[in-house]
Design a protein around this ligand. Structure first.
Ligand code: ADP
Ligand code: MG
Length: 323
């Protein structure tokens, strides 16, 4: 019922940036190559995400906005290959904001729209859309004034949205991202041909990061670590410039942050923050991404192994670079 939906929604949707994260992840799961994100009022008034992904067949649109309906769990929880899998985002958003979903499935010449307000879906209506999916969320949390009160200024919410998009964009260099709307001047991360990571990293961080970073590529017991570690004198770090990914998913994790500190312990002053972009790849069965609905946390089966890999391979890379 409506109250239970709103409580569950609070888990998935803490603030406008969490809506953006969920909707951008859906677009990526749908194979989008171009994703446009527009926001107004820090995302409280409007969030609109348009993608050119596979779209949703008409018959599945009503299911997509229902709780625990996901098209993505075919391989079971241990084999999650998509960013989403809980089937919670759209119903949660629809219970705390006014949601409109328009979609045109690949190969179909018809598009349909459904709206959800206070958790109640409308009838499916024909609409016009050339391809993909457009999701609009208006008046987020209008139904939950208590939650609205906890949000920060429009400017702060808007920069949290930018931050989420930057983090995701680094993991998908082949996808074009455009961030626009009355909240901001337009930011575009152009698609990088061949999915090369470094040009996108340079685009999202600063152009000179590439010239001041040491490439890392190491493997320990089937766990692979790749990425770029800023040289210690590259001092742009403010603690927000550490980007970690596990199987392509942006994560925040104490184990990883503390390992990075450990790796830099001998080469970086204690009051400085390293700048680094690190991608871990490992068997999905060895990492639990199912800890929290917002999915930024992870739990490694063997945190010591991951820590050892990061500290060991970064120190070795610093050594080889003569640092
Ligand atoms: P989940 O991502 O966990 O499956 P969501 O509530 O985020 O759950 O989405 C529900 C379903 O709606 C997805 O499984 C997918 O089938 C469909 N869907 C949502 N957004 C899109 C999109 N942008 N393009 C194609 N399909 C989508
Ligand atoms: Mg999803």
């Amino acid at each position: 019922d409506a109250l239970i939906d709103q409580i569950a929604a609070g888990e998935v949707v803490e603030r406008p940036a969490s809506v953006v994260k969920e909707l951008v992840e859906n677009a990526l799961d749908a194979g989008a190559r171009r994703i446009e994100i527009a926001t107004a009022g820090g995302g409280k008034n409007l969030i609109r995400i348009s993608d050119d992904g596979c779209g949703i067949p008409a018959a599945e649109i009503p299911l997509a906005v229902r709780r625990h309906c996901t098209s993505k769990l075919a391989g079971g929880l241990d084999a999650i290959g998509t960013l989403g899998f809980r089937g919670e985002a759209l119903p949660s958003i629809g219970s705390v904001g006014r949601l409109s979903l328009k979609s045109r499935a690949a190969g179909s010449d018809e598009a349909y729209e459904i709206c959800v307000e206070a958790g109640r879906p409308s009838e499916l209506r024909p609409t016009a859309l050339s391809r993909g999916t457009v999701i609009e969320v208006r008046d987020l949390f209008h139904a939950v004034p208590a939650r609205l009160k906890f949000l920060k200024s429009d400017r702060a919410e808007s920069s949290a949205i930018t931050e989420i998009v930057r983090r995701i964009a680094i993991a998908f260099p082949g996808v074009r991202f455009e961030l626009s709307g009355p909240d901001r001047t337009t930011t575009v991360f152009e698609a990088v041909p061949g999915d090369a990571p470094l040009p996108r990293i340079a685009d999202v961080l600063t152009p000179d990061f590439a010239d001041n970073a040491i490439p890392v590529d190491a493997m320990r017991e089937d766990v692979r670590l790749r990425g770029f570690a800023g040289i210690p004198t590259y001092n742009r770090g403010n603690g927000q410039q550490q980007f970690f990914y596990v199987n392509g998913r942006p994560v925040r994790d104490k184990t990883l942050h503390s390992a990075l500190r450990g790796a830099y312990a001998d080469v970086l002053a204690r009051d400085r923050h390293p700048v680094a972009v690190l991608f871990l790849e490992l068997d999905p069965a060895l990492v639990d991404v199912n800890v929290h609905p917002a999915k930024a946390d992870v739990r490694f089966r063997d945190p010591g192994l991951v820590r050892g890999l990061i500290v060991g391979s970064l120190r070795q890379a610093f050594n080889e670079a003569g640092l």
